[in-house]
Design a protein around this ligand. Structure first.
Ligand code: ATR
Length: 288
């Protein structure tokens, strides 16, 4: 019998997950399909358990449901990491229930290690942003034991909250809040080895760069969590200035790969998944 997986979001038509997972299923010749489900927030609980009753084997959960889904799950069915993050992006059917995971932390860690070959032990890292993505990235970073994580975000209260939370996760590492302004960041950047953009800046072509391009140096590694075709302005600028840089496609692929691993308990075909999302992104750009 064909096994069914899917992703719930609102809206969902822009999601690259169906293309990515269906390519993986096809490449491994698995009798399964992965479908998008557009679920308005007020229907989330009903649709979740309706899909369970219909026999769905696994789900990804995306914007805006990652946090709200928790209210429809039992605490015992949520992994410690997803609970600590307050966000779920993967559900795995286990009998009469769903077990809830968050693969963003591991997705980021693997993308960093495998795409950028970065080991941030003893490094100075600047994390821009303090939303859901920054929280997952910050959680991954503390486990890699960098020397210092500097956090900068437009809204200072959110910076302070994220810094406090990360300090609790890592009592030994240094985690500092810095002001999100061009001059302050320009002074800090020469001392930074890894820059991560976890803000939404760059989603629109008209967005300014989050940092002054003149401060991007050759020893810097840049991970922009935003993705667009062919890539983001931050990544283009960083590469022009001799820095190593990747965009958020890497994170998308690796968090999806970790979901795949949980559902199928086998090695995900990363290269196939990456090619599928790259192709879909390029097609979107060129379509009217
Ligand atoms: P995600 O789940 O992708 O992290 P989010 O939780 O909405 O999304 O977080 C978006 C992040 O981008 C936040 O850090 C936000 O800053 P605020 O906390 O000040 O809202 C940041 N962001 C969004 N638009 C921005 C802009 N124009 N300039 C700087 N930061 C911006």
């Amino acid at each position: 019998m064909t096994r069914v997986f899917g992703v719930m979001g609102f809206p969902i038509s822009h999601s690259l997950s169906p293309v990515m997972h269906n390519a993986a299923l096809e490449a491994l010749d698995l009798d399964a399909l992965y479908a998008p489900f557009e679920v308005p927030p007020h229907h989330l609980g009903k649709v979740l358990w309706g899909l369970h009753a219909a026999g769905i084997e696994g789900l990804n959960v995306t914007v805006p449901h990652k946090e709200h889904i928790l209210r429809y799950l039992r605490r015992a069915d949520v992994t410690a990491q997803a609970w600590a993050l307050g966000a779920v992006n993967t559900l795995v059917r286990r009998g009469g229930r769903f077990v809830a995971y968050n693969t963003d932390v591991e997705g980021f860690r693997r993308a960093l290690a495998e795409e950028l070959c970065v080991d941030c032990r003893n490094q100075r890292v600047l994390l821009l942003g303090a939303g859901g993505a920054a929280r997952a990235v910050g959680r991954a970073l503390v486990s890699m034991r960098p020397r210092t994580i500097y956090v900068a975000n437009r809204t200072a209260t959110k910076t302070a909250r994220l810094v406090r939370w990360l300090q609790q996760c890592s009592p030994s590492g240094t985690i500092e809040a810095v002001v999100f302004d061009r001059e302050g960041l320009a002074e800090l950047l020469p001392r930074i080895e890894l820059l991560i953009n976890a803000t939404s800046l760059g989603l629109r072509a008209s967005d300014p760069l989050p940092v002054d391009p003149a401060t991007i140096h050759k020893r810097l590694v840049v991970f922009d969590l935003v993705y667009r075709a062919p890539t983001t302005s931050l990544v283009q600028t960083a590469r022009r200035r001799g820095a190593l840089a990747v965009d958020g496609l890497a994170m998308l692929v690796y968090q999806g790969a970790e979901s795949f691993r949980l559902w199928w308990r086998r090695e995900p075909p990363i290269a196939v998944m990456r090619r599928a999302v790259e192709h879909a992104l390029r097609k979107n750009v060129h379509s009217p």
